[in-house]
Design a binder for this molecule. Structure first.
Ligand SMILES: [Ca+2]
Ligand SMILES: [Ca+2]
Length: 429
């Protein structure tokens, strides 16, 4: 018992650091090259965590071939592995904690891919890289159950921060086909390349864009267009889009206006656009952002409620229902009012200067910036569990046999040696 006490005390002393990393799974294995990461993923089992040691890496080409929860590829220490891009193919891969200087591509016909808590840095005009390109494909091909969560997207991409072609609520029937939740986007600029924060191009179902923070940017924000048939299941809820203040480059592309922070074209069925705060001018300032626009035909069962926007309107064909909306001004021209909208150019945000755009009346966003965390976490991970002596199940039976043979030989040698000593002793006698 006395011996146990110092050990227990030492264990308690180590607790704070492991507790700090409690949310971060331990590394199953750690690699230091892109090629080794590919191999480690090939050999991984569901639940394994492949860590990248601090350093710079080329493009990761990863093929997942497991069931959920799949394989995580992450930085040993969040943000300390810089990666030039990633291609995720197959099934159930999570890319996490990395500093990405090139495009993440969600491969055609993949299932269950997740991009979580990375820092994605735009490389600008001519770089040829989006932040995340979901499914470079056309129908009938699609990518199922993609999640893009809690990342930081910074700067100018070529062309969009996120481009989504085709998406589908697949084996995991949770009403998310493509989930874009809790991300921060900043620094987008229109430079003549149709540079949007998010663009959906082809079609899909269950597109969910929720609780994202888009700020200090130019160009378009969230842009959905060109789909046929309708997107079944569209959720754009609880997003905060503020400070749309970056001029076009060159400024002559939009000399006196900003593009739309949220522009959605039909056809859309079964949708919700609710609790967004799109206050694209500075609190107390006069310069405005662009208008929120709902356009084109084929809208059915779409609700537009509890939104707070500077400016916006819809085309008559974009039929939506809704209540409790605030707007400062209505877009001029051949547009009609968004439903249930009351004019208010000075909404009572709780503390806009400090990122709290909530309101006592419940309209707009339900969260404040100070409570959020985006991008990699730099806490150390728990120690990796001990590796079993033999991981290859195919050889385990022969492994035991080999140990038995070695043990038998050792016993025979010991017996022979003992017998030899006995003989020598008896000889001396
Ligand atoms: Ca799903
Ligand atoms: Ca675009």
């Amino acid at each position: 018992m006395r011996r146990l006490l110092p050990a227990i005390t030492l264990g308690l002393a180590l607790l704070p650091s492991t507790a700090a990393a409690a949310d971060l799974p331990a590394c199953t294995t750690t690699v230091s090259s892109a090629e080794a990461a590919t191999t480690a993923v090939d050999e991984a089992a569901p639940g394994d965590v492949v860590c990248l040691a601090d350093g710079r890496y080329g493009t990761l080409t990863l093929h997942g071939a497991t069931e959920a929860p799949g394989v995580t590829v992450t930085a040993a220490l969040g943000g300390r592995a810089t990666v030039a891009g990633a291609m995720l193919e197959g099934s159930y891969l999570t890319l996490s904690g990395l500093r990405m200087t090139g495009q993440v591509t969600i491969g055609r016909s993949s299932v269950g891919m997740t991009v979580d808590r990375n820092l994605l840095i735009g490389q600008g005009k001519g770089s040829g890289n989006y932040g995340v390109f979901v499914c470079p494909a056309q129908p009938p091909d699609h990518c199922d159950d993609v999640s893009i969560t809690r990342n930081r997207f910074v700067g100018r991409f070529d062309e969009d921060a996120i481009r989504a072609n085709v998406y589908h609520d697949g084996p995991d029937r949770d009403d998310n086909g493509l989930l874009i939740e809790g991300n921060e986007f900043t620094g987008n600029v229109e430079y003549g390349g149709h540079n949007d924060v998010f663009q959906s191009v082809w079609v899909g179902d269950h597109l969910v864009i929720r609780r994202n923070y888009v700020h200090d940017f130019g160009g378009q924000g969230i842009f959905v267009k060109d789909q046929a048939p309708a997107i079944d299941g569209l959720v754009i809820d609880d997003n905060l889009i503020v400070h749309q203040n970056r001029p076009c480059d060159p400024k002559s592309l939009c000399p006196t206006w900003q593009l739309s922070p949220l522009q959605i074209f039909g056809p859309i069925s079964n949708g919700s656009i609710s609790h967004n705060t799109i206050w694209t001018k500075k609190p107390g300032g006069s310069e405005g952002g662009g208008p929120v626009l709902l356009r084109d035909r084929g809208w059915s069962r779409v609700k537009y409620s509890d939104n707070v926007i500077v400016d916006g309107a819809r085309e008559a064909s974009a039929q939506v229902t809704g209540t409790h909306n605030t707007r400062c001004s209505q877009t001029t021209g051949p547009w009609i009012a968004l439903p249930g909208a009351a004019a208010d150019c000075s909404p009572a945000f709780l503390d806009a200067a400090n990122g709290d755009y909530r309101q006592a009346d419940g309209r707009g966003v339900t969260w404040k910036v100070a409570d959020q965390s985006f991008g990699p976490i730099s806490a150390p991970r728990a120690a990796a569990p001990a590796q079993p002596a033999m991981r290859d199940n195919r050889s385990s039976g022969w492994g035991w046999f080999a140990w038995l043979v070695i043990a038998a030989l050792a016993a025979a040698i010991l017996a022979a040696t003992a017998a030899g000593r006995a003989t020598a002793r008896s000889g001396r006698r």
